[in-house]
Design a protein around this ligand. Structure first.
Ligand code: CDP
Length: 201
C-alpha cells in the first residue's frame, strides 16, 4: 500500500509534532525534510560547498539534535533558496514518499512540488507570535539564551525568505487542509490532522 501525507507550514507551527503523531497513528514512516536542508546548511557553516554536501548527504545519519539550532536554521533557509541544492534532494524525498506502507513528509514544498499527487495534504500554521513563543521555549530548554524578540524576528525573517524565494516557495497547496494551531492544544491539533487524513483513506 502506498499513501503519502504531505505536511507543510512555516517554522515552529507544530508540523514536527503533528507529523510524528500522525505517522505513529497510521503506522507510516516519517521524514522531516527540514533536516535535509539543515544538514546542508550545517555543512556550509563548516566550510563545505552546499551543492557538494547536498549531493553526498547520508540521509540515514542525520543528527536531529545537533541540527536544531538557530544558526543552522538560518543556514538551512539560505541553502534552501539554491535551486541546485533543492534539485539534489528531490529524488530521495520522492522515493521516500512512495515507499510501501505509507509515508508522512513534512516541510515547505511537499504538497506543491515534491508530492503534488499526495493522497492527503495539510498546511499547519499559527500566528508568528505563538510560533516564536514555542520556538523560544524549545531553545531555552536546550540551554540557548536568545530573547523572545530575537526569536520572533528570526522566525519572521525566515518565513519571508522561505515564501519569497523563486524556487519552491512555501505556499499552501490548493487542495491542502489548513490547520491553524495558534489556539489548539497538541492533542487537538493531532486529532484535527488525523481526522483530515482519515477522510482521504
Ligand atoms: O523546524 P522548523 O520549522 O523551524 O524548520 P525546518 O522544517 O527544520 O526547516 C528549516 C529550513 O529548511 C526552512 O526554513 C526552509 O528554508 C528549509 N526547508 C525547505 O526549504 N523545504 C523543505 N521541504 C523543508 C525545509
Amino acid at each position: 500500500m502506498k499513501f503519502t501525507v504531505a505536511i507543510d507550514g512555516p517554522a515552529a507551527a507544530g508540523k514536527g509534532t503533528i507529523s510524528k503523531a500522525v505517522a505513529a497513528h497510521f503506522g507510516f514512516a516519517h521524514l522531516d525534510t527540514g533536516l535535509l536542508y539543515r544538514a546542508v546548511g550545517a555543512g556550509m557553516l563548516a566550510g563545505g560547498d552546499p551543492l557538494f554536501v547536498a549531493r553526498n548527504l547520508d540521509s540515514a545519519n542525520l543528527d536531529g539534535n545537533a541540527l536544531r539550532t538557530q544558526a543552522v536554521a538560518e543556514a538551512a533557509s539560505l541553502v534552501a533558496a539554491m535551486p541546485d541544492v533543492r534539485a539534489a534532494l528531490v529524488k530521495f524525498q520522492q522515493d521516500f514518499a512512495r515507499r510501501e506502507g505509507g509515508a508522512v513528509l513534512d516541510g515547505r514544498d511537499i504538497g506543491t512540488v515534491i508530492c503534488p499527487d499526495a493522497e492527503a495534504k495539510l498546511f499547519v500554521t499559527a500566528s508568528a507570535e505563538r510560533r516564536a513563543q514555542r520556538r523560544h521555549k524549545e531553545l531555552t530548554q536546550k540551554g540557548f539564551s536568545q530573547t523572545l524578540d530575537d526569536v520572533l524576528a528570526a522566525v519572521i525573517a525566515r518565513d519571508r525568505r522561505d515564501s519569497e524565494r523563486a524556487t519552491a516557495p512555501m505556499m499552501t497547496a490548493r487542495d491542502a487542509v489548513v490547520i491553524d494551531t495558534s489556539d489548539l492544544t497538541i492533542e487537538d491539533a493531532i486529532a484535527a490532522a488525523v481526522a483530515a487524513i482519515t477522510l482521504k483513506r
